[in-house]
Design a protein around this ligand. Sequence first.
Ligand SMILES: Nc1nc2c(c(=O)[nH]1)N[C@H]1C(S)=C(S)[C@@H](COP(=O)(O)OP(=O)(O)OC[C@H]3O[C@@H](n4cnc5c(=O)[nH]c(N)nc54)[C@H](O)[C@@H]3O)O[C@H]1N2
Ligand SMILES: Nc1nc2c(c(=O)[nH]1)N[C@H]1C(S)=C(S)[C@@H](COP(=O)(O)OP(=O)(O)OC[C@H]3O[C@@H](n4cnc5c(=O)[nH]c(N)nc54)[C@H](O)[C@@H]3O)O[C@H]1N2
Ligand SMILES: [Mo]
Length: 827
Amino acid sequence: MGRLDRIAEPWGTRTPYGPGETWPVRVDQHLAEGLGDDDVDAWHQSASILHSNGDGLDIAVKDGRIVGVRGRAEDRVNHGRLGPKDLYGWQANGSPDRLTKPLVRRDGELVETDWDTAMEAVAGRTKELLAERGASSIAFYTTGQLFLEEYYTLGLIAHGGIGTNHVDGNTRLCTATAAAALKESFGCDGQPGSYTDLDHADVICLYGHNMAETQTVLWTRILDRLAGPHPPAIVCVDPRETPVARAATVHLAPRPGTNVMLMNALLHEVLAHDWVDHDYVEAHAVGFPELQKMLQGYSVERAAEVCGVLEADLREAARLIGTSERLFSTVLQGFYQSHQATAAAVLVNNVHIVRGMLGKPGCGILQMNGQPTAQNTRECGADGDLPAFRNWSNDAHVEDLARVWNIDPVDIPHYTAPTHAMQIMRYVEDGSIRFLYVTATNPAVSMPELQRMRSILSQDRLFLVVQDIFLSETAQLADVVLPAATWGEKTGTFTNVDRTVHLSEKAVEPPGEARSDFDILVDYARRLDLRDKDGAPLVKWTTPEEAFEGWKECTRGRPCDYTGLSYDELRGGSGIQWPCNDEHPDGTERIYEDGQFWSAPDYCESYGRDLVTGTPVSPTEYRALNPDGKAVLKAAEYVVPHEVPSSDYPFQLITGRTLYHFHTRTKTARAPQLQAAAPEVWVECSAADAAEQGWAEGDLLEVRTPRGRVTARLRVSGIRQGVLFLPFHYGYWDTGAGHQPGDDAGDGGRAANELTMTDWDPASKQPLFKTAAATATRLRGADGEPSRAPTTTASRPVGDGGPPVPDTRGGDAAQADERLETVGGAR
Ligand SMILES: Nc1nc2c(c(=O)[nH]1)N[C@H]1C(S)=C(S)[C@@H](COP(=O)(O)OP(=O)(O)OC[C@H]3O[C@@H](n4cnc5c(=O)[nH]c(N)nc54)[C@H](O)[C@@H]3O)O[C@H]1N2
Ligand SMILES: Nc1nc2c(c(=O)[nH]1)N[C@H]1C(S)=C(S)[C@@H](COP(=O)(O)OP(=O)(O)OC[C@H]3O[C@@H](n4cnc5c(=O)[nH]c(N)nc54)[C@H](O)[C@@H]3O)O[C@H]1N2
Ligand SMILES: [Mo]
């Protein structure tokens, strides 16, 4: 057993292994200072909820409090490993800042109240509006961080009970494009990849995905392959020098917003060299001739120019992809939060289809999720789609759902596409939506163009309900705040990106009067007196396990079939991958093994959309295009980003994450080791830009776009020239730092979304967080203070000048245990 500072060494100790071998076990553990294994009263099975990886872990409890975590050796996802957020993030549960009582707004102030008063206010306003203005005045904005049972209950209440079409999740900001791209290419959501593919792949491509910082344990799996015999080649497409880029065989650092140009050129090369599996394409796909035709204009020379990368690097990347035997790809926000998001992600699917690289060990795609339970938001229809991947534009699917819920099909709104989150906010802005129920998301920091968002959410005519575990920036604007119990304090299930379902057990009681989101929603349904068509309660369950059983029936015969799972099946061992049913009682490692897709016109989740305009494809058009349920090769022309640099705004601004923080930091800022590793906002620029502008490490810059301004200290990093990067984690809740909403004086704002724009991808409706034009000016010099950006990550300092930057370390408080199992001498 070893002890390691896991802030300084986020990926821990290497356990090398070779292709086709089993990833060795390494059990990671962190307990509160001074405690050892013997002090722990009980361990409770769970999985991580600070990213989408789904690391299996056990929660340690002593005296009724959470005191640590330990990775689950038997879990297929992590083989015992944990990342820094897993190891230290649990401390937020015990924070004294937790909400413990409901709050209501009286005379402008939020004051404590009892549950009955708060819930009557929420249900009462819902009933009033239903009577006065109808269901379309009511909207729900949820998350990718609750449990399956909660989403299914919410989806049932909103779609089946209230009958509003205005239901979406922050998954719209996150992985709407993952779902959209899978629907376009394969007719249905559901990942054609499995984590075990990483054990076999010989080429791994990461497209706009900083996996090293955002799925640290999955990256550890790749690092262990890289340290073993016959390592895979890595292709990284990212304008920053991320840890992924540093480990890559080829790093393409394109101009932000040019992904479609780059992908088209890669595909052009693959076709030009005839690295195509013609038998596979012939048997299993439609659209090849059209794709071939469109790609003619996308030469490597043209792409090199537009993307600002070397022709030789593009050719080398295409050669690696084209000659790979087992190709694995992941896609994330560098592609999804861009103006041609769905098009770019679909082009990655195309690479796999033309190369026949699907459904075999090592051959898969993860259109990555970000949030831990985003897959469930989508599956359960809490993002607007219908539950269990039913197609809202297929009347037979709506009827089938109505049968499951025992209601009339006309009571399920499906007359038009579900309202996406940005449109919900627009309807709130123009006053047609008067009631917004926000669960487990913080739009006052995470949505684009915050000045607008604040004015939308603080309107008098809007009744805003916020259900959170802390008094977030959004909760501060609410009419009613409902204190939630969270992970570790409630039981439920959730599903990660590779379809692995985990059970998470209640380990401790929630603080004060906090109640689980599940209990609150069930209470809400009861107060609304929602009924099915026989007059029985619409929500037929009172416990999560009953809800899970109800959900299983809803999934029967659908792609995400859960009928073979139960809480008991999920207890004890590893998580299990859906579909899991009579046919696949142990779950399903890989889907699409036989080149059969879920895309038949009568079965598919979606008929797709026009990638440029976003117009839904009609059932008749789809039937003509894809009568036999094959994979669809969709082509897409490159379109120039909507906001490009000018003389007033000469830089391109991108935003994103750092390894140590989760989103708006409501949790990670309250875990001391994580907060200390990245305590303040910073802005990154390249060494060349710093030299040209006369800037150096630690200088205080003001970054401006037409929407707002942010001040931050400079980190000179390995980012592409002409590009600025801001982490989006820093809102203004800890106003001790002197930051106020929209602060326009003194130190200025620090939330990246003060600067981002109201604009989205036409097909997935995902907002653009990664391409804006910006300017920056120096307010004052460093005065001996470097920026506080981590040195272990993409923000590693480069070049010289400015004050020295200390290495990011966690010290004594960050010591964590590692238990290595020696397998075949691999250590
Ligand atoms: N540590 C940590 N981990 C997390 C989270 C977290 O907050 N913190 N959040 C979770 C969630 S919800 C999500 S969605 C994921 C997100 O995980 P990622 O997508 O990996 O994270 P981001 O930093 O948002 O963006 C990824 C990369 O996109 C690059 N990029 C920007 N513009 C472009 C472009 O035009 N083209 C290309 N090719 N690349 C570009 C950025 O340089 C950045 O390195 O992480 C999950 N895991
Ligand atoms: N500029 C920029 N903006 C971005 C992004 C970006 O890359 N750049 N990324 C986008 C992406 S991918 C995402 S996913 C979003 C994330 O944006 P948000 O979802 O707004 O971020 P979080 O901080 O995760 O907010 C979750 C909230 O839920 C609360 N919470 C936690 N657990 C529970 C629970 O069990 N129950 C309840 N009721 N509440 C709980 C937390 O305290 C917190 O307030 O941000 C998006 N915004
Ligand atoms: Mo996300």
